[in-house]
Design a protein around this ligand. Structure first.
Ligand SMILES: [Zn+2]
Length: 299
């Protein structure tokens, strides 16, 4: 900037101009949504005061590659903690600029999931078993599709406010339950099962883009919605589907009806929430305690 000095009423009068070059550095600031996270919930890493072309990446100590969403001079990254994440102290590492790093410490709080004390015995018919649990092709079909869809992470945030329960119903199997299928230990439950009458409307839990609508051997009539930033909801075992792949849906819109297609013993909806392939508990998104909501204030 420039300083102009004007001298008056003296033997010398005149003007002197001094020029200065000023350089200043704005330091990026990174912080977490909370210092503690429950198993099954999520943390959000935030950054601000970033230069727009400054590279930023986020890494964690477990097998997960967080994606970084940029918004001008800000960034954020959602880190899901599924039921498998070990309780205790850990850190997120943010690398920015020319390799500078910041460590953000947090604690994973242990949650007593029903799997600790409750197990479920599920018996399916021989016909269903042959098509699903005794059919490796059915697992491969489902797992391959889901792994491919988990790579989708739309830049835009389509969701607003709380997520809603897609249909009324009794919870017959909760998130992280351990189930036994026809006497064999099955996988830990990735979602919530809501039992209700066949044909009950199933609604989109929040607004988003339908990234899959189709029928699979394992999950029957299936709809998967991308809500933005890799946050996805899954609706399985339906009797009907009302939307097509590629369609945009709004919260509460009917996307299908409850059924028992695929691996099911009775009419129910399997409702699941995933962040870039990691299943998290739907409940914090339904009751408003998930830190994922605050992302909306940071846009
Ligand atoms: Zn289920």
């Amino acid at each position: 900037f420039t300083v102009t000095a004007v001298t008056e009423n003296s033997a010398y009068s005149g003007t002197a101009v001094y020029n200065f070059d000023i350089s200043y550095k704005i330091t990026p600031r990174f912080f977490l949504s909370a210092e503690t996270v429950d198993q099954g919930s999520a943390l959000v890493v935030y950054g601000e005061n970033l230069l727009e072309d400054m590279p930023v990446s986020v890494s964690v100590a477990f097998s997960y590659s967080p994606s970084v969403i940029r918004r001008g001079t800000k960034m954020y990254s959602i880190i899901p903690f599924n039921y498998k994440r070990e309780a205790g102290e850990a850190a997120v590492t943010v690398t920015y600029g020319e390799g500078e790093t910041v460590q953000l410490n947090y604690t994973v709080a242990a949650i007593e999931f029903p799997s600790d004390y409750e197990e479920q015995e599920i018996t399916v018919s021989d016909e269903t078993a042959a098509a699903t649990i005794n059919n490796s092709a059915a697992y491969t079909e489902y797992n391959k599709l889901v792994a491919e869809l988990a790579k989708i992470s739309d830049e835009e945030v389509y969701w607003t406010g709380r997520f809603i329960q897609p249909c009324d119903g009794t919870v017959t199997s909760d998130y992280a339950y351990t189930r036994y299928l026809n006497g064999k230990a099955g996988s830990t439950h990735a979602g919530v099962d809501l039992a209700c009458d066949e044909g009950t409307p199933v609604c989109a839990s929040n607004s988003g883009r339908v990234i899959y609508s189709g029928e699979l051997q394992m999950s029957g009539n299936t709809v998967i919605i991308e809500h933005g930033n890799g946050l996805q909801t899954k609706y399985l075992h339906m009797s009907a589907r009302n939307v097509e792949t590629g369609e945009m849906v709004v919260q509460g819109q009917q996307i299908g009806a409850v059924g028992m297609t695929g691996l099911a013993t009775g009419p129910h909806l399997h409702f699941e929430v995933d962040v870039s392939g990691a299943c998290i508990s739907p409940w914090p998104l339904l009751d408003g305690t998930s830190p994922i909501y605050k992302i909306q204030d940071f846009q």
